[in-house]
Ligand binder design. Structure first.
Ligand code: F6P
Length: 546
């Protein structure tokens, strides 16, 4: 058994989970009229109601003790201080420095990184200004009206999903298109609509070695040259964001057109850096900065609020409670706001790439780590997968999200959206008893047998946990705080599980094998020496493309 599962606090949490078997949240709410108030935290434009959880004060105290024993406070300080907490890659983890407006230095190996961070931000501002003012011109003297942002994973999801979320803040005169997949259908469709003279390509790749991004950029470059651009015009139409300046210049990007990012920013934590350039172009620099400020406010909350009233800490502990003591394999994100519909996919990378790990403190774990993250916008899911949330036997905790005010507010629509959101968490919590279902069916002309049978089908056990996150409105500031909230939640869980939340070795093997297979596809006469299944798949592909 690991040190973690052997610990007294882990053992007592196991007992506490057993003790509440058979108890129902419905009764807890009846017995304690203050429950919602006691289990609500507000800050940074966000209100978190976590009262509809299988939680009481004793459990909460034990979970906080678990965090304390994992030295959460010390590890949190180590991250913000720039210590090398990403041990397998020997890197600091400092996405928080990218939104550090405290005026205080942040040092990596004795070097204050803040002057570079602020210079990077100035470069973003100047570039955004030059596009909107028309000072930046294409090779025929036209101003830029379209931007194609090429990147994948963390170099794509943040800018794309946050742009979508902030649609009401889009600036006029510029349209940003995102391309990630190496499937040519995507880039070809996007480029087909664009006017070369007015298009700017942003290539975003921290490593500058990601196959999909390199290939899509080569395709965009070939398109540029075919459409009448020349090699010397490329500088006016291609910029890159990367920490690998040498590879970017080798690729042919002018050094002045490279926006730096740093070794100490992980891909999935990088939207605050120049990786966010497409987002800054979409919403304007002031809104981009407001988003950074929102994240900075959440950073302060995370660092200073007592653990029992600390949003990321509480959300992390609740998630861990279900993952480790109720074997919940997943949790679902349910944004009741159309513009936030991509958020589950963002958190999916953030959480699963960070905590989907099997080694903790250099040993194999004997407990579950990162959960599966999924979800989509409400109310759509209510007419599909919510059936399983309500009556399936699998425990799937949910995070509901709703802005209280929305742009172009249509009272009727918004009231319907909100009522559905609140009704879902209510239904999950309270459920429907057999007696309630039976009573509902009285007088419906059913035989006694049908009556009883149908009532059984209509029973909803309830006691299904959820958090509800309300936003005053989903503006750039609140969105920044929201993303930082989930980043810190993931960090806290990683600390308790003892995993390195900042490497991603698990994605490497597929990349290596993919390149080996690509060689075989491109050399149709070469010998196939993979396993029989892979050989046969490769051969079928070769046969069909000859
Ligand atoms: O393959 C995984 C990954 O490395 C992610 O962690 C990262 O966000 C993405 O690929 C893109 O990487 P890069 O920015 O280096 O192209």
């Amino acid at each position: 058994m690991s040190r973690l599962t052997q610990s007294a606090v882990w053992q007592s949490l196991t007992l506490l989970a057993q003790n509440i078997q058979g108890q129902h949240m419905r009764d807890w709410f009846k017995a304690d009229p203050q429950r919602a108030e006691r289990y609500t935290i507000s800050g940074c434009g966000i209100t978190l109601d976590y009262s509809k959880n299988l939680l009481n004060d004793e459990i909460k105290a034990a979970l906080i003790e678990l965090a304390s024993q994992a030295k959460l406070k010390e590890k949190r300080s180590a991250m913000f201080r720039g210590e090398t907490i990403n041990t397998t890659e020997k890197r600091a983890v400092l996405h928080t420095a990218l939104r550090n407006f405290s005026g205080k230095p942040v040092e990596v190996a004795g070097q204050n990184v803040m002057p570079d961070v602020m210079a990077g931000l100035d470069k973003i501002k100047s570039f955004v200004d030059s596009i909107y003012s028309g000072a930046h011109k294409g090779f025929t003297g036209q101003s830029i009206t379209d931007v194609v942002s090429i990147g994948i994973g963390g170099s794509f999801l943040g800018p794309k999903i946050m742009s979508e979320a902030l649609k009401p803040y889009w600036q006029k005169g510029l349209k940003v298109h995102f391309v990630a997949n190496v499937d040519a259908c995507h880039i070809q469709d996007v480029l087909a609509e664009l006017d070369i003279e007015r298009t700017l390509i942003i290539m975003s790749s921290k490593s500058f070695s990601t196959q999909e991004t390199l290939q899509n950029t080569l395709t965009a470059r070939a398109w540029f040259l075919q459409q009448g651009g020349s090699e010397k015009d490329i500088a006016k139409h291609f910029v890159a964001v990367s920490s690998n300046i040498a590879a970017a210049t080798n690729f042919g990007i002018d050094e002045d057109n490279i926006f730096p990012m740093w070794d100490w920013v992980g891909g999935r934590y990088s939207m605050w850096s120049a990786i966010g350039l497409p987002l800054a172009l979409t919403i304007g620099f002031d809104n981009f900065k407001a988003m950074l400020l929102g994240a900075f406010e959440m950073d302060k909350h995370f660092q200073t609020a007592p653990l029992e009233n600390n949003m990321p800490v509480i959300m992390a502990l609740i998630g861990l409670w279900y993952r480790n003591f109720f074997q919940a394999q997943s949790y679902v994100l349910l944004p009741y706001y159309h513009y936030l519909r991509g958020f589950p996919a963002y958190v999916q990378q953030l959480d699963m790439e960070s905590n989907g790990k099997r080694i903790a403190r250099d040993e194999e774990v004997d407990y579950d780590t990162g959960p599966i993250v999924w979800g989509s916008e409400g109310t759509n899911g209510q007419h599909s997968f919510h059936q399983l949330l309500h009556q399936g036997n699998t425990l799937i905790p949910a995070d509901f999200m709703l802005p209280l005010r929305v742009p172009n507010q249509n009272r009727k629509h918004h009231a319907m959206l909100a009522s559905n959101c609140f009704a879902q968490s209510q239904a999950l919590m309270q459920g429907k008893t057999f007696d309630e279902a039976f009573a509902e069916l009285q007088g419906k002309g059913l035989s006694a047998q049908e009556h009883e049978c149908l009532a059984r089908h209509k029973v909803m056990p309830g006691n299904k946990p959820s958090n509800t996150l309300l936003f005053e409105e989903l503006n750039p500031h609140t969105l920044g705080a929201l993303v930082a909230l989930y980043e810190h939640k993931v960090f806290v869980q990683g600390v308790i599980w003892g995993v390195n939340s900042f490497d991603q070795w698990g994605v490497e093997l597929g990349k290596i094998l993919g390149n080996q297979i690509l060689d075989k596809l491109e050399m149709p006469d070469s010998n196939l020496d993979f396993d029989a299944s892979t050989n046969s798949l490769v051969q079928r592909f070769r046969d069909s493309t000859q």
